[in-house]
Write a protein that binds this ligand. Structure first.
Ligand code: MF3
Ligand code: CO
Ligand code: CO
Length: 249
């Protein structure tokens, strides 16, 4: 166990609530016709109004306050003048820094009516995240998390992206350990009470392979199939977990 984690949990809680709150704001206005840079503006303003900072802004040269990843974009899409249309799916990923602690969360939104297949992808991705969270407690293996996600996703006929993973988080944005979204039960390090990390599976309808576009950020599925993602920041406790980035709604 990591001693005295109460204090760190208390601090990251505030960051998590702000990140989730920004996504709640986005959920109120997201619709066909909206530009992805308008989503960025909402995130930027919401985070600033809560006296926090956006972690993505200027992170390794990233130009915006959130990531907006539409349809076959797997992650790290850059908000732009791109207009959302009926039937799109879009992941919005927000990370707030409050009092030096990071809260990182993302949701995939459906724009108007989406296809049956897209709906199933979004639902399965959310279920995979929540099933993985539900097994969290001290002394499970990291591989148990990956196996839970992979089993569920592959049972539904989808594939797990391997090029990106969850991560330890706290007073820095990305730290040890890597949280793989695939793997085998009983493998990898055991997790300890007090650890804080993200789980953020990216799930594709087609093949798992990705490539990064020339902007150096936008990751897309190689086969152009749809991709969805959900992310929470989680703390490990003796007999379970705490989700720091739950929606208040
Ligand atoms: N929020 C992403 C994650 O879940 C990281 C985004 S880095 C950025 O780890 F620079 F693209 F914003
Ligand atoms: Co993350
Ligand atoms: Co994120």
């Amino acid at each position: 166990m990591i001693e005295n984690y109460k204090e760190s949990f208390e601090k990251i809680r505030s960051a998590g609530i702000i990140a989730a709150g920004a996504l709640d704001e986005v959920s109120k206005i997201i619709r066909p016709g909206l530009r992805t840079e308008e989503i960025d503006k909402i995130c930027y303003e919401y985070i600033k109004d809560h006296r926090a900072y956006s972690a993505p802004l200027f992170y390794r040269g990233f130009p915006k306050s959130c990531c907006t990843s539409t349809n076959h974009v797997v992650c790290h899409g850059i908000p732009s003048n791109k207009i959302l249309k009926e039937g799109d799916i879009i992941n919005v990923d927000v990370t707030a820094i409050k009092d030096n602690w990071h809260g990182d969360t993302s949701r995939t939104f459906e724009i108007g009516e989406v296809s049956v297949k897209a709906k199933k992808l979004v639902k399965t991705t959310y279920e995979a995240l929540m099933k993985a969270i539900e097994i969290i407690k001290e002394d499970i293996h990291l591989g148990d998390i990956g196996a839970t996600i992979q089993n569920h996703v592959e049972t539904e006929g989808f594939s797990v992206v391997q090029d990106f993973c969850g991560h330890g988080i706290g007073q820095s944005f990305h730290e040890e350990p890597n949280i793989l979204h695939y793997g085998k039960k009983g493998t990898g390090q055991k997790i300890k009470a007090g650890m804080i990390f993200t789980i953020e599976p990216m799930i594709n309808i087609g093949n798992y392979e990705t490539k990064t576009l020339n902007d150096g950020w936008t990751a897309v599925t190689k086969d152009k199939s749809l991709s969805a993602q959900f992310e929470h920041t989680i703390g490990v406790t003796k007999d379970g977990y705490e989700i720091f980035t739950l929606s208040k709604k």
